[in-house]
Design a protein around this ligand. Structure first.
Ligand code: ADP
Ligand code: MG
Length: 407
């Protein structure tokens, strides 16, 4: 399910009201009966509404469903995308839509632009997509999922990610700037950098390694564990570093990289947990070990200091506590109840973050248990590995191909 924004500029404000009516009706109807759509859209005169319904169905934003009892429509992911885009556009947060630079298992990443021309990232959460990519045991449950649940869960993931990104940013962590959240989407600043995954050579791996471990400990000091801390979710910015002059690079042929400082920027927060979570230690160790394993495999670097352990992190937290961001986020509107609902759903559908993403190089074990299922409705990205288009290639491209929403 790719975002295709082309049709958005042909939709009228009535079309959007009808679309919002279908959305409102889907909260408690799997199939929204046509008379209810008419009522919820709040438009006078049925014929205009029927015209809009037919436009929306032709554009695949809603889909006609013939139910045993009645005919009606169900909101498609595209419909929800358009509602969110329309809201971002009205709030002058997005002016145009560019290329999709990433297809994750649970999200799409699209380059967008503000009217000033500055580029931003739109992240669209798609928790329902896991349904046709996940292991067999989950399928029965998902076949009965209703529109309300994927919409709600994707929105929860966006709310959670936005709340954490905001709290982290305000407390000095190196994360993108969160700009807006609407429904299942968030808009954030674009980081002009590659994921660690795409960096083949690091001049001083020990330095980057210890910086990453410090981030894990610092998060813990603020009451948090990332939960998906790995080479896909750490973007590496290259900055000039006058201080680095004279420091010995690990390899002689790295001399040119001597005065480049690598600055990690952390992304992807829907799996973040509190340090008080029942499985906190497991999540903490998993984050640490992900980096350890990656550095060993990719850069042949093994640290001579053990840990850090969860006990170290707790000790650190007691000695010098940061603001409790887990508590702050809860107070900001992403409640404990929402966190529990999202976690239960993610567990149920087997959301395992990028750690479980299909790997494409031989040095790595492919222990993914994913299977394809030909029987679900959307096959557009079925079983495809996460796209690893480098942001810088695609950014050039996207600036040429920005699609205006409406003028
Ligand atoms: P997912 O939940 O699908 O893993 P991520 O938030 O990790 O989604 O984003 C997937 C990929 O998109 C990242 O690995 C990165 O390459 C790119 N990306 C995401 N956010 C940004 C950003 N703010 N700036 C630049 N690239 C980004
Ligand atoms: Mg990710």
């Amino acid at each position: 399910m790719k975002l295709d924004a082309k049709a958005i500029r042909y939709l009228t404000s009535e079309d959007f009201r009808v679309l919002a009516g279908v959305e409102a009706g889907s909260r408690n109807h799997e199939v929204v009966p046509t008379p209810l759509i008419v009522q919820l859209s709040g438009l006078r005169g049925g014929s205009g509404v029927h015209r809009s319904i037919s436009v929306l169905a032709k554009t695949n934003l809603i889909a006609k469903v013939k139910n045993a009892k009645y005919d009606g429509y169900r909101l498609a992911y595209g419909g929800l995308d358009y509602l969110a885009l329309n809201a971002h556009q009205k709030q002058k947060c997005i002016y145009s839509v560019g290329n999709q630079i990433g297809v994750g298992k649970e999200s799409d990443i699209v380059v967008v632009a503000h009217s000033s021309g500055s580029q931003r990232i739109l992240k669209i959460h798609r928790l329902g997509r896991i349904s046709f990519r996940t292991v067999k045991t989950n399928r029965d449950y998902l076949r009965h999922r209703n529109t309300g649940s994927w919409m709600y869960m994707s929105r929860l993931a966006a709310m959670k990610e936005f709340a954490f990104m905001k709290a982290l940013r305000e407390n000095g962590f190196s994360v993108p700037e969160p700009i807006a959240q609407n429904r299942h989407t968030i808009v954030m600043s674009l980081i002009d950098a590659f994921p660690l995954r795409q960096i083949s050579k690091v001049p001083r791996p020990a330095e980057l390694y210890s910086e990453l471990m410090d981030i894990i400990l610092e998060l813990a000091r603020f009451g948090l564990i990332h939960g998906d801390f790995n080479e896909f979710n750490i973007l590496i910015k290259e900055e000039e570093d006058p201080d680095a002059k004279g420091k010995a690079p690990a390899n002689v042929d790295d001399e040119n990289d001597e005065n480049i400082r690598l600055v990690p920027v952390l992304i992807d927060f829907p799996q973040m947990v509190s340090i008080d979570h029942a499985n906190a230690e497991m999540y903490f160790d998993r984050d640490v070990n992900c980096i350890k394993r990656y550095f060993q495999r990719k850069f042949h670097f093994v640290s001579d200091v053990p840990g850090p352990s969860f006990a170290d992190a707790k000790k650190n937290l007691l000695k010098n506590p940061g603001k409790r961001l887990d508590v702050e986020v809860e107070a900001s509107g992403f409640s404990r109840k929402m966190a529990r609902e999202l976690e239960a759903y993610m567990k149920e559908v087997g959301v395992d973050g990028d750690a479980g993403a299909p790997r494409d190089d031989e040095e790595e074990d492919d222990d993914s248990e994913e299977e394809e299922d030909g029987s679900e409705e959307d096959h557009s990205d079925d079983g495809q590995p996460e796209e690893e288009t480098g942001p810088s290639d695609s950014l050039d491209d996207s600036s040429r191909r920005l699609e205006e929403l409406r003028v």
